[in-house]
Design a binder for this molecule. Structure first.
Ligand code: FES
Length: 127
């Protein structure tokens, strides 16, 4: 699975919105560093977080077991599995929030914003 990723810090810095259809196009035109915007590959049986780490990126995490939301990402395109045993509430999942530590790609392409743990709606989930 090919993943295009974007750091939520950049979304904040540029005043962009997560639900902007043009978000990744805007990111492509901004002068962002390789850690903030780029692409990586997820191998079979690899979680999104594991793939980011293997690719040399330091994405946030803590428990690695679906219990804290520090690893939360926003899914702009594609689908990432959500195991049954996790902390993400249904309404946030419906809005595109997922956990990268136990999220496995279900589509060949994904666009994700990582580092979304600072979003206010995730405050209560962060341990
Ligand atoms: Fe805690 Fe993913 S690191 S839920």
């Amino acid at each position: 699975t090919r993943v295009e990723f974007l750091d939520y810090e950049a979304v904040v810095d540029y005043g962009w919105s997560l639900d902007d259809d043009e978000l990744f196009r805007k990111a492509g035109h901004a002068d962002l560093g390789p850690d903030a915007h780029g692409r990586l590959l997820v191998h079979p049986d690899e979680s999104l977080l594991e793939a980011a780490e293997r690719s040399g990126f330091a994405w946030p995490f803590s428990c690695r077991g679906g219990a804290c939301a520090n690893c939360a990402v926003y899914l702009a395109e594609g689908e990432l599995s959500q195991p049954t045993d996790h902390i993400m509430p249904e309404d946030l999942a419906e809005r595109g929030f997922r956990l990268s530590c136990n999220g496995y790609p279900l589509t060949d392409e994904l666009s994700v914003v990582f580092n979304v743990k600072q979003r206010p709606e995730l405050d209560d989930l962060i341990l």
